[in-house]
Design a binder for this molecule. Sequence first.
Ligand code: ADP
Ligand code: MG
Length: 343
Amino acid sequence: MSENRTEVSTLGEFALIDHLTKNIEIQNASTIVGVGDDAAVIDHFGKQTVVTNDLLIEGVHFDLMYTPLKHLGYKSVVVNVSDIYAMNATPAQIVLSIAFSNRFSVEALDEFYEGVYAACETYGVDLIGGDTCSSQKGFIISCTAIGEVSPDKYVKRNGAQKGNLVCVSGDLGAAYLGLTLLEREKKIFLENPNIQPDLEGEKYIVGRILKPEARKDIVEFLAQNNIQPTAMMDISDGLSSEVLHICKQSNVGCVLYEEKLPIGEETKMAAFKFNLDPTACALSGGEDYELLFTVKQDDYEAISKNTDISIIGYITDEEAGVNIFTKGGNKFPVTAQGWNAFK
Ligand code: ADP
Ligand code: MG
């Protein structure tokens, strides 16, 4: 943060909004009216509109002791556009509202918006409005993302069918271990402020929690290869929980294979250090923002072309339940806290 501190009160609400939004350059033809009027206007030119909102509350969803404001701004956008991609749609606009106490200076808000605009550029979305408000305590962020999709190409959670392949992008469990590490370092720091945090060699897992990315590339790959998933969602609460959602809403069961779960080397090493089971972290960790989806078996060859997609199991009859085969060949029911089965 720069050494200058400008009180928000020296600007006032309208000048602050102008300050925070003055450099916006519209990127989408669908954005007809952006910031500056009573409401924005969007034209999706015959496409269907997809809308989602997420609320991020200080002390509940993030801890400013170890979350740089720029990363928080970036993540506020990412978690929302991730939900749009999870519908097989393309995000085009966001509406972002913030509430903050006088603990926040104009410079601090600038840092937050630097991250917001960086994410807008990465994902090609326009910031078209919001609200600015004071808060007694804590920083509150509400972000709405709006996306577009060709008619009836959106993908819900309820379309998985028996025999479909269960696929997941990227790797799992790292964000949870990054969070575990940051929480440990925070505790050590609070007990002894002279000890500097030891994050050496942990860049990957810390990056996964502080600066996640949404899987724009996977949705583009699916479109380029004419693959229409039968069900899809993003992994925010952990693989187990999300698999259970898809199976329940689709009235199917599924079989997963522990050995097929994508887990990075850095994640395995960190789990080992914390005496945690990497599989449990992958199943129950959450905040990975990878995509979980099911496809028809005919799409196997096309899916296999993408080395960043793992096929981790297949869909069964509902009666068979939702199970995972361990590396040792044992079968366990998948529960929302996947690690219980392995203890
Ligand atoms: P109103 O009184 O109608 O709510 P505001 O003064 O709050 O109007 O907002 C004026 C314009 O600035 C609107 O276009 C609104 O969407 C936009 N705006 C307000 N706060 C923000 C913000 N934090 N980020 C982006 N746009 C904002
Ligand atoms: Mg307002």
